[in-house]
Design a binder for this molecule. Structure first.
Ligand SMILES: Cc1ncc(COP(=O)(O)O)c(C=O)c1O
Length: 379
């Protein structure tokens, strides 16, 4: 079978990046598919030639993007709002919870800083951020998480997949701990969404945020935030603005209520062009099939791990699929990952160096031949 032929999309024409590079850094900033590029240029042409004459069609595009987000997360589209990035999603929740002095948030020690600073800055309001330490096997223990939670814990904030090690956290187990302790759960899903199936309701997630620029294959600066409907009334309105009102066009009516869903957090004018692009990329992934994408990424990363081991690399990422996603992090004594990533880039092979590891992150449209080209160049 031709690699990728199990997908209904034309991989060669959708991913022109393959002609120039072996792109294995989807945990960084990913390339966008050709159909998303076309959607952006078409939007820009329309805006240049017609101004806002086709605004209703633009709004329709946003509605379609919201539907795609709902399908990806398995929730109602209205429970999703568009945000400027993952951090913006974290900030909305961090600044909307009605904290009391002495409360705490529990997170993990080596999270990407997007999921640290908005919580850390709450210290000005007397809220403590507690970080569970990483174990020697680069995982976090649920017992340690449980031990960090006390009567003043209001929220647990973790990544679905850790950016440095590629470890996939057990969201179902974490959500169960949170539910039993009466604590809310926030998930930074940027390293999992687009490669793993998600179901916010089945997992029991309260809040989830992700920007589009990694596994979702969309431009930077536009993402999604899910807010569980039952949590809306717990959140204050300090992050809401005129677009979050029930009828934003009723400009003089300052007394009206805010929308009853996550959409109330879309505070002002939307970044419609980028929302369009995000919608287009999400639709492409949904059409390809997230389950199939996950299977393909599993195949590619399994092969990669076996071959890295054969070359003497120590694999930092857990071997079992249950505990990982599309990131493979590895190291080898005497090999500097920063220098290695730089020299590979000169040969048009894109990987990354994070936390002292070589981080390789293929998506479903990569193939074994590309992985072999990388392996041939590894010391
Ligand atoms: C786990 C994680 N969260 C968030 C981000 C990015 O945050 P933002 O979308 O706010 O730029 C990254 C990577 O850049 C990441 O790896």
């Amino acid at each position: 079978m031709v690699p990728g032929s199990e997908f209904s999309i034309d991989i060669r024409s959708e991913f022109p990046i393959k002609e120039q590079y072996v792109f294995l850094n989807h945990a960084g900033v990913a390339p966008i598919p050709a159909s998303t590029q076309t959607a952006i240029t078409e939007f820009a042409r329309d805006a240049a030639e017609e101004g806002p004459a086709n605004y209703p069609a633009w709004l329709h595009g946003m509605a379609r993007a919201r539907e795609a987000a709902g399908e990806l997360l398995r929730c109602r589209p209205d429970d999703v709002c568009f945000v400027h990035n993952t951090t913006h999603g974290v900030l909305i929740i961090a600044n909307s919870i009605r904290w009391r002095e002495g409360d705490n948030v529990v997170g993990f020690e080596h999270e990407f800083p997007a999921n640290i600073h908005p919580w850390r800055n709450l210290r000005e309001r007397g809220v403590e951020l507690r970080l569970v330490p990483e174990k020697a096997d680069f995982r976090y223990s649920l017992d340690d998480l449980l031990a960090a939670i006390d009567a003043r814990t209001r929220l647990v904030a973790v990544s679905w997949v850790e950016y440095g090690t590629g470890t996939r956290n057990d969201l179902a187990a974490i959500a169960e701990i949170c539910r039993k302790r009466g604590v809310r759960l926030f998930v930074d899903a940027i390293q999992g969404l687009g490669v793993l199936p998600m179901d916010v309701q089945a997992y029991g997630i309260d809040f989830l945020a992700a920007d589009g620029h990694k596994w979702l294959l969309a431009p930077e600066g536009c993402g999604i935030l899910y807010v569980r409907p039952e949590c809306i009334d717990d959140l204050n309105l300090s992050m809401c603005g005129w677009c979050g009102l029930r009828n934003p066009q009723d400009y003089d009516n300052y007394e009206q209520e805010y929308k009853p869903t996550a959409k109330r957090f879309e505070e002002g004018s939307h970044n419609l062009m980028t929302i369009h692009a995000l919608g287009c990329s999400m639709r492409l992934l949904l059409d390809a099939g997230i389950e199939k994408i996950a299977e393909r990424v599993l195949e590619l990363t399994d092969w990669l791990m076996e071959n890295l081991l054969a070359k003497g690399y120590d694999i930092v990422t857990p071997r079992s699929w249950r505990d990982r996603a599309g990131i493979v992090s590895a190291r080898k004594s005497g090999v500097d990952p920063v220098e290695l990533a730089k020299s590979l880039q000169e040969k048009k092979i894109l990987v990354a160096a994070r936390r002292g590891f070589l981080r390789i992150s293929p998506h479903f449209y990569n193939d074994f031949e590309e992985l072999q080209r990388l392996l041939n160049l590894l010391p």
